[in-house]
Design a protein around this ligand. Structure first.
Ligand code: NAD
Length: 363
């Protein structure tokens, strides 16, 4: 049966990246019924928004979206397409694998981590009070009455950090289920619970309860500052990492850096009723239409989508084909060459062709 998927073409280099990645994913032999829709700055004039309703409608039908990078318009009051999707479909888990592939410049050669970031709570929830406004002054007065020792120099802005039992339970359960399904041995929860006892402390208390249900998977806890050092010094010790939103935001970029940067970093936003797959990098608009940028991260986000859809074999073949092309270092884009001006670098579509050739046993 064909999988119905909403394919969001994006803008900047998005359309050329996703079209080439689509050819690669189709070359695995898995059947898709694509609903191709447009979002981004290119459709703003026509619809007055970068995220027209038909894009959301499509995902309401298919429950799975594969999204090309999209430029975030500045000064329109629109936060981002990703935030809108996350909220609309309650995509509470952000999954970012970080793996070293031979041929990608990195100081390490044996990293295979998956970072699971809670996507809806924490300081990212957007509960903020601007300095000097009457509500903020009232809030500070209230805090002073309740906690006379609290140090707040006025005027001050206040951001609220909600961490709930529900939000923690579902993200930690997600991380353990992911570990069980993908044959991983350990889940490490990362917070700053020694300082934030009622939020990060709650995260650990709930995580320990959830961990009890998975006796075959090791569970441990590392504080976020220590984790930064551990990841730089011995990243091979870690397997699946789970953490609240803000730490996840920061550590996922750190992990991408460990394995060679944004060009190879895919991501997934997953909820109980839908999922959206994408590259971590943006729309690189200065290269638009030049058939120049690296399709690897978008292709690998297609690999994550195949796994989500239960197409394990196709996903494994696809990852192997990408890894082989990257390791050979011949048919790769400029950014993967030791010298970025190397004239033997190929374009986006030629790199996609090379992966397709590997998948088909040619090349
Ligand atoms: P960017 O990721 O587009 O570019 C950062 C740098 O990486 C640039 O030098 C770019 O040339 C390079 N780069 C990016 N992707 C590449 C690729 N596939 N191959 C080779 N080089 C690549 O980040 P930016 O310039 O900060 O953002 C551009 C726009 O994209 C902004 O509007 C931003 O908001 C948006 N953005 C969107 C997403 C998303 O859709 N998920 C993510 C990040 C940024």
């Amino acid at each position: 049966m064909a999988h119905a998927v909403t394919l969001i073409r994006g803008d900047g280099t998005g359309p050329e990246l996703i079209e080439n990645a689509r050819r690669v994913v189709e070359a695995t032999g898995v059947q898709f019924e694509w609903d191709v829709v447009d979002a981004g700055v290119d459709v703003m004039e026509q619809y007055g928004t970068p995220l027209p309703e038909n894009v959301l409608d499509s995902m309401r039908r298919t429950h799975v979206a594969w999204k090309a990078p999209i430029t975030t318009p500045i000064g329109t009051g629109f936060r981002s397409v990703n935030v809108a999707f996350r909220k609309e479909f309650d995509l509470y888990a952000n999954v970012r694998p970080a793996k070293t592939y031979k041929g990608v410049r990195s100081k390490y050669d044996n990293i295979d981590l998956v970072l699971v970031r809670e996507n809806t709570e924490d300081l990212y929830a957007g509960i903020e009070f601007e300095q000097g406004l009457p509500d903020t002054v009232e809030l500070i007065d209230w805090i002073r009455r309740k906690q006379p020792k609290a140090v707040i120099y006025e005027p001050a802005g206040i951001s609220i950090k909600p961490i709930s039992i529900k939000g923690t339970e579902r993200i930690v359960k997600f991380a353990f289920e992911y570990a069980a399904k993908n044959n991983r041995k350990k889940v490490t929860a990362v917070t700053k619970a020694n300082i934030m006892k009622y939020t990060d402390g709650l995260f650990y208390a709930v995580a320990r309860e959830v961990a009890r249900n998975y006796p075959n998977i090791q569970y441990d806890e590392v504080l976020v500052d220590n984790m930064c050092m551990q990841l730089v010094q011995k990243p091979e010790l870690y397997d699946v990492l789970v953490m609240p939103n803000l730490y996840g935001d920061i550590l996922s970029d750190l992990c991408a850096g460990l394995v060679g940067g944004l060009g190879v970093a895919p991501g997934a936003n997953i909820g109980d009723h839908g999922a959206m797959f994408e590259a971590v990098h943006g729309s690189a608009p200065k290269y638009k239409g030049q058939n120049k940028v690296n399709p690897t991260a978008v292709i690998l986000s297609g690999m994550l989508m195949l796994r989500y859809l239960g197409e394990e074999d196709a996903a494994t073949r696809l990852e192997k084909a990408v890894a082989t092309v990257v390791a050979e270092g011949k048919s790769v884009t400029y950014d993967m060459k030791p010298d970025r001006n190397d004239p033997t670098a190929v374009g986006t579509s030629q790199m996609a062709d090379a992966v397709i050739a590997k998948l088909q046993g040619r090349g």
